[in-house]
Ligand binder design. Sequence first.
Ligand SMILES: Nc1ncnc2c1ncn2[C@@H]1O[C@H](COP(=O)(O)OP(=O)(O)OP(=O)(O)O)[C@@H](O)[C@H]1O
Length: 243
Amino acid sequence: MSEPLLSVRDLRKDYGRRQAVAGVSLEVGRGETVAVVGESGSGKSTLGRCVVRLSRPTSGSVRFDGVELAGLSARRLRPLRSRFQLVFQDPSSSLNPRWSVRRLIGEPLRVQGREGDVAGLMAEVGLDAALAGRLPHQLSGGQRQRVGIARALALSPELLVLDEPVTALDVSVQAQIVNLLLRLQEERGLGYLFISHDLSVVGALAHRVVVMSEGRVVESGPAGRVLSRPEHPCTRRLVDAVP
Ligand SMILES: Nc1ncnc2c1ncn2[C@@H]1O[C@H](COP(=O)(O)OP(=O)(O)OP(=O)(O)O)[C@@H](O)[C@H]1O
């Protein structure tokens, strides 16, 4: 069998005596969406940050396309970094407020010394070319998230870790971004680790669902089964919260 795109084994992350992630294992295949769901504080974001190495795990294994990331030096990690990218909940906090859309999307390419097609990326994520000169505060929330996604796509990654990417948006805009993510996945064969507490969004995207509580996986399985016949009380609470 070929290696999964992402394979996480017994991942742990402690903050002092607090175990934010207490031994999580999961896999994401190419072209697959695995949703990580759970109540606030269950460790979802910490898991996502450890996967893309914005945080260093306390222990455990993160293999990307067969390569073990744990223990890699910054120098050895650098060439791999472009292959997995994080999309944040609120792009405002990750976008330089003084930079134009054109510069924001071009920056990841410039940092890597690569040529890129900023206009093509804008078109791919549904941003009108006329927005290229705008600053982040001159955009709507949905347009800002499209910029965040275009930045993540600039280096042609294979995996996106999406941390509550639509939570801050109105429901109708959420649906547009979900459709964009579905299209990008189909066109580019992307794997998604989709972090969310909102199961209505998860149902539209996920192939499999992993439920976390207090840093551990308490339930996992095909999205259809987990959402229609939740077994763990935490999953049932999340299902009941869907309007
Ligand atoms: N940088 C940090 N320093 C100390 N504790 C942290 C840090 N980041 C997270 N934690 C703690 O780790 C636990 C898990 O937090 P995390 O943000 O990963 O959960 P979450 O499921 O993503 O929650 P939310 O949906 O509210 O963001 C929480 O108890 C949190 O307080």
